[in-house]
Design a protein around this ligand. Structure first.
Ligand code: HEM
Length: 478
């Protein structure tokens, strides 16, 4: 009896294998044909840009892209031209790589596009799926923009200075620190202070751990099952939301003024336009995410570039020594000092040009659009690849040379340099990001020398590009 069951199971397995051997390839061919039909049926008057015709169903060229997005872009430009088709992350994408086309997507035709971030990312941040709607988006920009403009920022300099010092207190002689981890802590604390007046402490460490899980879910598959990264990101998001809700509830009962972004979002009412608590939680999370990871990655790149360019490092140190002169060790930096850091700022700009922090900015056309003879079909993903034109020799001669003097005398021509994006979604935190970076670099250079530990291992791409391994360094007092 046992044998008979075993035999019949074996037979079933064989039949199943035979069927899958025949049906599997048929399904694959069908999927490829469907992919082709979908592409060609969208082409009406104008045409879909050229790209690889035969790629894996669903995965397309994703693996190739993830290995090295910049190289992927360069190879496709050489083969298909500056606007090309690619199948990425299970979606049809058109990649634009010139400043002109990027400006068209991000600015000139901005009303015809919506953000094209992965579904996992948007549903994790905002389950209400409302904060990116035009009405709420415009309101958020008005409020956050007024808190983060350079005039309003001045009163945060002292605080950012003190967090920068605290974040360096455990940098003892000969210690090996992972610069990315250190800078993430610093930028996270600054962001939480500016957004909702929280001070460093154990509660923030817990929040930082949850933030990491949230970030890991952003580029995961949109599948909510107990073992998926998306699921764990949702749980971490809920824990963060709980913390934000406590703060919101407390604020409603208090009469104290905080002068921070959360207060402005909660109380600067225009009739009929109040944010709900769920929206406030989503806004705080999206601001936190927008601010801390990008700035910390950029700080790591800047320190790396300085180390690779000793002459520039010496000139930057001299700039900071001059600012320190006449100050006591405990004296905080002020806004005038920040404005004196002109060379350091050029170094930051040049680092942003060369480090392709944001590989591309994603959008989705709200209707079929045409540009430069190409069709941009409704619902497809459009990637504005800023890193491609930041390293284009026609725009930046000798593009891989690190040369901060490119940013002297007004810098590159308008709309050729967009590290903070462009148009109605341009970064609202660019000034605070620059101020944070300048202050941190000031304290590191004034107090330490460092050397990289281990060989240069290339780039780690997600969610932002950083040196692989996070750039471990050995520090010595100066
Ligand atoms: C070096 C650091 C940073 C870089 C490279 C950067 C880059 C960008 C880019 C490229 C965008 C445009 C995204 C798009 O068009 O879809 C953006 C948007 C944004 N950034 Fe930043 N960012 C940085 C730091 C910050 C900081 C520190 C904050 C705030 C504390 C911030 C807040 C925002 C916000 C709120 C938006 C969304 C604006 C909107 O949707 O209207 N960013 N950022």
């Amino acid at each position: 009896m046992k044998h008979r069951i075993a035999d019949s199971t074996k037979r079933d397995m064989e039949v199943l294998m035979l069927v899958s051997l025949i049906v599997g390839p048929m399904l694959l061919v069908l999927a490829l044909l469907l992919q082709q039909m979908q592409r060609s049926s969208s082409g009406r008057k104008s045409r879909i840009p050229k790209g690889n015709n035969w790629t894996l169903p669903f995965f397309g060229e994703t693996f190739n892209f993830l290995k090295d997005p910049h190289n992927f872009h360069l190879k496709h430009i050489a083969r298909f031209g500056e606007t090309f088709y690619a199948s990425l992350f299970g979606e049809n994408c058109i990649v634009v790589t010139t400043p002109e086309a990027s400006k068209w997507v991000l600015q000139t035709a901005q009303q015809s596009f919506r953000p094209g971030y992965p579904r996992s990312a948007t549903t994790i941040v905002d389950p209400t799926e409302t904060i990116y709607q035009p009405k709420f988006h415009a309101r958020m920009r008005k409020i956050v923009g007024s808190t983060l403009n350079p005039d309003a920022l001045q009163h945060y300099v002292k605080y950012i200075d003190s967090v920068a010092r605290i974040s360096l207190t455990n940098w003892e002689s000969n210690r090996i620190v992972n610069l990315y981890d250190e800078m993430k802590k610093y930028t996270f604390y600054v962001a939480l202070k500016i957004i909702c007046s929280l001070d460093p402490g154990s509660e923030l460490e817990e929040m930082a751990l949850n933030m990491e899980k949230v970030k890991d879910g952003f580029f995961s598959l949109h599948i909510d099952l107990p073992w998926t990264r998306y699921h764990s990101a949702l749980k971490a998001r809920d824990a963060l939301y709980k913390s934000f809700k406590k703060i919101i509830d407390r604020r409603r009962k208090e009469s104290r003024r905080y002068n921070d972004i959360l207060e402005d979002l909660m109380f600067s009412d225009e009739p009929g336009q109040k944010f709900t608590d769920a929206q406030l939680q989503a806004l705080v999370l999206s601001l936190l995410f927008a601010g801390y990871e990008t700035t910390s990655a950029q700080l790591v790149w800047t320190m790396k570039r300085l180390h690779e360019n000793p002459d520039i490092l010496e000139s930057v140190k001299a700039e900071h020594d001059a600012i320190r002169k006449g100050k006591l060790r405990e004296d905080s930096l002020n806004w005038e000092d920040i404005k004196e850091m002109k060379l350091t700022l050029r170094v930051i700009y040049e680092t942003m040009r060369t480090s392709h922090l944001d590989v591309f900015i994603p959008r989705e056309p709200l209707q079929d659009l045409e540009y430069d003879g190409f069709l941009f079909p409704k619902g497809w993903k459009i990637h504005a690849s800023i890193s491609a034109f930041h390293l284009n020799p026609k725009i930046f001669p000798d593009p891989y040379k690190f040369d901060p003097s490119r940013f002297e005398d007004g810098g590159p021509p308008p709309n050729t340099y967009m590290p903070f994006g462009n148009g109605n979604r341009r970064c609202l935190g660019s000034e605070v990001a620059k101020t944070q970076m300048l202050i941190s670099i000031h304290h590191i250079l004034s107090n330490y020398r460092w050397e990289a530990v281990g060989p240069d291992r290339g780039i780690q791409w997600w969610a932002v590009a950083i040196p692989k391994g996070g750039y471990p360094i050995k520090v010595q007092p100066r």
